[in-house]
Ligand binder design. Structure first.
Ligand code: DGJ
Length: 733
C-alpha cells in the first residue's frame, strides 16, 4: 500500500520505494504539508511543526485567541485566497457576489487503485498496478467551490504526480483568475533553484540561484512552454552535486503558458507553486462546471542530481511517452532542411535520399517547402496540397521513389499556423487569433489558428488524417514557428477571452491525441523552432522532440546537457549538420559532430554529396556505431561527467546499460591546451567488482578503478576533437 490514510488523526502518508510524503488534515480542516523526502517508515511528523505567536499573521475566523495558528505560517497542500495567507497562492477568483476569498477546508480523502486521468489534458499513465491515486477533496463553503487534489503515487518509480480539479458546486458563476496545479511547502531549507532558461538556438541552459525571501518566477506567456523558460525546476540543497545531496524536481505535463513560483517565507519555509500561468488567464466556472489544472511530476533524490535525472528519465520513458516507438530503435534519418532549405525539386530530394541510403541512412525526411505556394517562409502555411509544379511529380511519385530506394519517408508539417496569402485564410479569416480592429503582430509572416475552436481542430484533424491515411508516411515532424500574440477568440464572449490560451492547448492536445491514436505506427517528432516546446506534455504524443535549431556541435553539447536534467537522451532530436555550421559559422570535425548527435536520436541534416569519399566512409561507420549505442540511449542511464556550462576545457558524458555490462563515454575537447595538462575522467555507476575492457587503450580495469581512478586521455589537439570510448564487461584481465 503506497497510500496510508488515518481517518482518526487525519494523517495521510504517501510512500514510494525511497521517499515519503506526509500531510495532515487538522481539526479545522486545514491540510498541512508535513514532509517530502527520503523514506521515513511509519513515523508521524506532526511533532515537527512549529507554533509560536504569529505576530502580524491573522487567525482564521473563529480562532481569535489562538495566536499561534495562522494560514500565513502553516505549510499547506493547497491554498485558498484572501483569508490570511499572504504568500504566493494557488487560487485567485471572484465569486458570484464579486468577493475574492476562498477558504478551502478538508472534505474527504480516499485512496483508489490506478492512475487518475485529467479531462482534455495529457497526464502520466500506468498500464498496470504501478500507481495508486489519492483523491483529497477541499471545499469553500460560501462559493461551493471544491478543489480535488489528485496525487498519483508511482511507488517503484519514486515519482508523485499532482494535479487539481476545480468544480463549482454552488449556484452562481465563479471566475477563476488563477488555479495552480500544486503547492509544495517545504518546512525547512535552505534550497537553491536550478532552472532552465534560454532563447531560440540556445535552449535549456541551467542556472542555479539561491532562493530568497522575494518571489522568483519561471514563466511563459508565449502560448508555448517556450525557448526562454522550461516548465521544469529543481530545488537543491546548497551542497548538492551530481553524485550526492538532496534535490527535488517539479515538472509540468503542460506545453502552454505556465508559471513556477518560489518564495522563502518569514518562517523560513519554502513554497513552490506550479501550474498554468495566471497572466491574461481567467476561466468562468458555471454551476456544475469543472477546470482541470495540469499535472506536475514531483521527484525527490537524496543521491544528487544524477539520480534525480535518472528517475525522471525512467518515468518519462515508462509513464509519459505512449507511442509504441518509445522502446524501439529510431530510424537514422536524413533531413533535407539544412541541405536545401526550401530550394528543391523532387530530383534533388531523390539524389539526397539515394546518397543517404548508400551510406546506411534509413529514412528521408522532407522538411518545409513541399506544399502550397511556399518558396520562402512568407507564404503557404495552411494550404497543405503537395506542390507538384515545384517538385515536378506527384506526392506519391515522390514518396514511391524514396520507398523503392529502401528508405522510410518522413514529412514536416506545421498544422497550427496560417499565412494570410492562402486559400485557407481567404476562406476562414476568423480562424486566426486576431483582435477586431487591431492589425495582428506576425512571427515568420504567419498567424496562429484558434485551436480553441472545435471546428478548426476538426478541420485540421480530417486534413492530416487524410494525409497520413492516403500516403506512405512513417514519420511526422510537427513544427510550430511562432508564439501567440493577439490572443482573442472570435467565438468567445468578451468576459471569457481569458480562456483562449488554455483552450488553444486543449485543442492542440485533442488534435495530437486523435492523430497519434489513429496512426500509432507513425513516429511523431515535436518541434517549435527547435526546442521551443520541449516538455512532458508534448512527450505524451511525440516520443522525440527536435532539441534546437542550433546544430553547432559545441553549442549542442550545452543544450543537450541542460535538457538532460529532466528529459532522456532518446527524446532529443539531434543531427550532424554541415561544417562550417550554418548558425554559428564554426568548423568542427565530422567525428565530433557525430559524437554529439549520437547523444540523441541520430540523423544527418546536410548535403551528403558534398562530403569527401573518406568522410562518406566515416558516415557508414558512424551509423554502425550509433546502432550499437542506441540501446544504451533507450534503456540506459545517462551521466553528466562534467559541467558543460562552466567547464571550459572539455566536456564528457556517459551512457550505461541497466545491467552495467556496457557503457559508452564521450569526450569533446572545447579548448585544446598548449603544454597540456591531462584530460582525466572518472566514470560512474559501473559494477565495482566486475572487470571492464575499455576501447581507448584496450586495457582491462575493475569497475571500481574506472569509477575511482578514472581514465586519462591521450593528448587531443586541433579544433574540437572528440573520442568515444566503449566500456565492455569482460571475464578476464
Ligand atoms: C524550424 C525547425 O526547427 C527547423 O528544423 C525547420 O524545420 C524549419 N522550422 C522549417 O521551417
Amino acid at each position: 500500500m503506497s497510500i496510508r490514510i488515518d481517518h482518526e488523526t487525519g494523517l495521510i502518508t504517501l510512500h514510494t520505494l525511497h521517499t515519503s510524503y506526509q500531510m495532515w488534515a487538522d481539526g479545522q480542516g486545514v491540510v498541512h504539508h508535513l514532509y517530502y523526502g527520503p523514506a521515513i517508515g511509519g513515523s508521524d511528523l506532526r511533532g515537527l511543526e512549529f507554533y509560536s505567536d504569529c505576530g502580524f499573521s491573522p487567525q482564521p475566523a473563529g480562532m481569535d485567541r489562538q495566536r499561534d495558528y495562522s494560514l500565513d505560517t502553516l505549510c499547506q497542500e493547497y491554498t485558498g485566497s484572501g483569508v490570511g495567507d499572504y504568500r504566493i497562492g494557488c487560487l485567485r477568483l471572484a465569486g458570484p457576489d464579486g468577493s475574492r476569498a476562498a477558504d478551502l477546508r478538508f472534505v474527504s480523502a480516499e485512496a483508489v487503485p490506478g492512475k487518475y486521468t485529467l479531462p482534455g489534458l495529457p497526464a502520466a499513465c500506468a498500464e498496470d498496478d504501478t500507481c495508486e491515486t489519492l483523491r483529497l477533496k477541499l471545499r469553500d463553503a460560501v462559493h461551493g467551490l471544491t478543489v480535488t487534489l489528485l496525487y498519483g503515487v508511482f511507488a517503484r518509480a519514486d515519482v508523485i504526480t499532482r494535479a487539481a480539479l476545480l468544480e463549482n458546486e454552488g449556484n452562481g458563476p465563479i471566475r477563476l483568475d488563477k488555479a495552480a496545479s500544486a503547492c509544495l511547502d517545504l518546512p525547512f531549507g535552505p534550497w537553491e533553484l536550478i532552472h532552465f532558461h534560454g532563447r531560440h538556438c540556445m535552449e535549456r541552459q541551467p542556472e542555479r540561484v539561491p532562493l530568497s525571501h522575494n518571489i522568483q518566477t519561471l514563466r511563459s506567456a508565449r502560448g508555448a512552454s517556450s525557448h526562454q523558460h522550461n516548465p521544469f525546476a529543481i530545488l537543491a540543497a546548497p551542497h548538492t552535486t551530481e553524485e550526492a545531496g538532496e534535490c527535488l524536481g517539479a515538472m509540468l505535463v503542460w506545453s502552454g503558458n505556465f508559471k513556477i513560483e518560489c518564495e522563502v517565507s518569514q518562517m523560513q519555509s519554502t513554497r513552490l507553486v506550479a501550474g498554468v500561468s495566471d497572466d491574461d488567464f481567467s476561466w468562468t466556472l458555471e454551476p456544475g462546471g469543472q477546470f482541470a489544472a495540469p499535472e506536475v511530476l514531483f521527484c525527490y533524490s537524496d543521491q544528487g542530481l544524477s539520480e534525480l535525472s535518472a528517475r525522471y528519465h525512467r518515468f518519462l520513458q515508462r509513464h509519459i511517452i505512449r507511442s509504441p516507438w518509445r522502446d524501439k530503435p529510431r530510424p537514422v534519418l536524413i533531413n533535407n532542411w539544412e541541405a536545401t532549405y526550401m530550394d528543391f525539386d523532387a530530383q534533388r530530394i531523390w539524389d539526397i535520399a539515394r546518397q543517404a541510403r548508400d551510406l546506411g541512412v534509413e529514412m528521408l525526411v522532407l522538411d518545409d517547402g513541399w506544399f502550397g505556394e511556399r518558396s520562402d517562409d512568407s507564404s503557404g502555411l495552411g494550404d497543405w496540397q503537395f506542390n507538384e509544379k515545384k517538385l515536378g511529380c506527384t506526392f506519391d511519385q515522390l514518396i514511391g521513389r524514396v520507398r523503392e530506394m529502401g528508405l522510410l519517408f518522413g514529412l514536416w508539417i506545421e498544422p497550427e499556423m496560417v499565412c494570410t496569402n492562402t486559400a485557407l485564410y481567404a476562406a476562414h479569416p476568423d480562424w486566426a487569433l486576431t483582435i477586431p480592429g487591431r492589425a495582428p503582430a506576425t512571427g515568420r509572416s504567419q498567424l496562429v489558428l484558434d485551436l480553441g475552436r472545435p471546428e478548426v481542430v476538426d478541420y485540421l484533424y480530417s486534413l492530416f488524417h487524410r494525409l497520413l491515411a492516403e500516403h506512405d508516411i512513417a514519420y511526422i515532424k510537427w513544427d510550430m514557428n511562432r508564439n501567440l500574440t493577439d490572443v482573442y477568440s472570435r467565438v468567445l464572449p468578451p468576459e471569457r477571452q481569458g480562456e483562449a490560451a488554455y483552450r488553444y492547448m486543449l485543442g492542440l492536445y485533442s488534435l495530437l491525441d486523435r492523430l497519434t491514436r489513429d496512426f500509432p505506427q507513425v513516429l511523431f517528432e515535436g518541434c517549435a523552432g527547435g526546442g521551443g516546446r520541449f516538455d512532458a506534455g508534448m512527450l505524451c504524443y511525440c516520443p522525440q522532440i527536435w532539441c534546437s535549431d542550433d546544430t553547432d556541435a559545441i553549442h549542442r553539447i550545452k543544450i543537450q546537457y541542460g535538457t538532460s536534467f529532466g528529459y532522456p537522451p532518446c527524446t532529443m532530436g539531434s543531427h550532424v549538420s554541415a561544417s562550417p555550421n550554418h548558425q554559428t559559422g564554426r568548423s568542427t570535425p565530422l567525428s565530433t559532430r557525430a559524437v554529439v548527435a549520437m547523444a540523441g536520436t541520430f540523423g544527418y541534416e546536410l548535403d551528403l554529396q558534398k562530403l569527401t569519399d573518406a568522410e562518406k566512409e566515416m558516415v557508414k561507420v558512424q551509423i554502425a556505431q550509433y546502432k550499437q549505442l542506441q540501446p544504451l540511449l533507450l534503456e540506459g542511464r545517462c551521466e553528466r561527467l562534467t559541467d558543460a556550462v562552466t567547464d571550459t576545457c572539455f566536456t564528457a558524458w556517459q551512457f550505461t546499460a541497466p545491467d552495467r555490462s556496457r557503457a559508452a563515454v564521450s569526450v569533446v575537447v572545447i579548448d585544446p591546451q598548449a603544454n597540456p595538462w591531462p584530460i582525466h575522467v572518472r566514470l560512474r555507476g559501473l559494477d565495482p567488482q566486475a572487470l571492464y575492457h575499455e576501447s581507448l587503450t584496450e586495457r582491462v580495469y575493475t569497475g571500481a578503478a574506472l569509477c575511482h581512478a578514472g581514465l586519462t586521455l591521450p593528448i587531443l589537439q586541433g579544433d574540437f576533437p572528440a573520442v568515444q570510448i566503449m566500456i565492455e564487461r569482460t571475464e578476464s584481465l
